[in-house]
Write a protein that binds this ligand. Structure first.
Ligand SMILES: [Zn+2]
Length: 89
């Protein structure tokens, strides 16, 4: 869900993960790609090609798992708050 301040868009879904905050491990993508190309039955193929040992899902490195990215306006607003944090004149 995006955040707006009036008409100004402050954040938007991360383009890298589509807003999920995680991505599929490339090892799993490759394993799944090989599985799709295999002519054997899935259970037969699985005996010789076990699931990868690594985690299937990884935290998105672009958004650090938030699923959202600040827009330029959002970054400017955050910088504004950081400038005055704890010492409002
Ligand atoms: Zn992301």
């Amino acid at each position: 869900m995006t955040t707006r301040l009036g008409d100004i868009l402050l954040d938007d879904a991360c383009k890298s993960c589509g807003g999920k905050g995680r991505t599929t491990n490339p090892e799993w993508l490759e394993w799944d790609n090989q599985r799709r190309q295999a002519k054997a039955s899935f259970s037969g193929w699985l005996v010789e090609h076990p699931f990868p040992d690594s985690a299937e899902q990884l935290t998105c490195t672009e958004c650090k798992g938030l699923g959202m990215m600040l827009t330029e306006d959002g970054q400017a607003l955050l910088a504004f708050f950081e400038r005055y944090e704890g010492r409002v004149p």
